[in-house]
Design a protein around this ligand. Structure first.
Ligand SMILES: [Zn+2]
Length: 219
């Protein structure tokens, strides 16, 4: 299984249509906060922090992907297709930066921003065992630098995801190993079987607990 599918930078898809007023124009952009949050899977599209990991919904901000301060994008002011969710820190660091200027693309050359609805982000980043983002191709390095994507809090958050994921796998492996012992040792006493079954149940329960508390909201 490719752990990128859910642990880091899941693929995102916008809903087909955002609600409009009866006359066909968009509502004020703030109206779309909850649907954009859902479309972004409740994660900052820049550093990948999930709102559950950083203090909930109030830690997240609606961001105009193409900045509203650039006159060429004035017309996108209320267009939900230009809205994304970012954590406060990333949104602040991004500010009005938009190196792609008026290009159709969101990045040009080495710099710019990756539209997560257009590009699978795992093509741009790898995650090392200690949670550090490793840029694979432009503009990943630009983003790591200007958005401080490897700041301590975010690196730690990714490291924790990996640690919990590993732990779950180890517990599952132990439970499976014991199940094999049961199957391959028919001469075991009733008490012996009982003890092994109890151990299997403990491993399974612990694995489920870790999953529920630390991973499930990422799915
Ligand atoms: Zn962020």
């Amino acid at each position: 299984m490719n752990i990128f599918n859910f642990l880091f930078f899941p693929s995102l898809q916008r809903r087909k249509e955002y609600r409009k007023k009866s006359k066909g124009s968009y509502y004020d952009y703030s109206y779309y906060r909850d649907v954009i949050r859902a479309d972004c899977k409740h994660r900052c599209i820049y550093c990948d922090a999930h709102e559950n990991e950083i203090g909930g919904d109030e830690a997240m901000e609606l961001d105009h992907f193409r900045p509203k301060s650039i006159s060429a994008y004035n017309h996108l002011h209320n267009d939900p297709n230009n809205l994304v969710i970012g954590c406060r820190r990333c949104n602040n660091l991004k500010g009005n930066k938009w190196p792609a200027q008026e290009s159709q693309e969101s990045f040009v050359g080495d710099s710019g921003f990756i539209d997560p609805f257009q590009h699978p982000r795992h093509e741009f980043f790898r995650v090392s065992q200690n949670g550090e983002l490793i840029p694979l191709k432009p503009p990943a390095k630009y983003l790591v630098d200007i958005l401080e994507l490897n700041r301590q809090s975010r690196r730690k958050l990714r490291e924790l995801r990996l640690q919990h994921f590993d732990l779950i796998q180890q517990l599952e492996q132990k439970a499976n190993d014991l199940k094999k012992v049961l199957e391959n040792t028919p001469e075991l006493s009733l008490e012996g079987k009982e003890e092994i079954n109890q151990a299997i149940n403990i491993f399974r329960a612990e694995s489920i607990r870790i999953h529920e508390n630390n991973i499930r909201f990422l799915l």
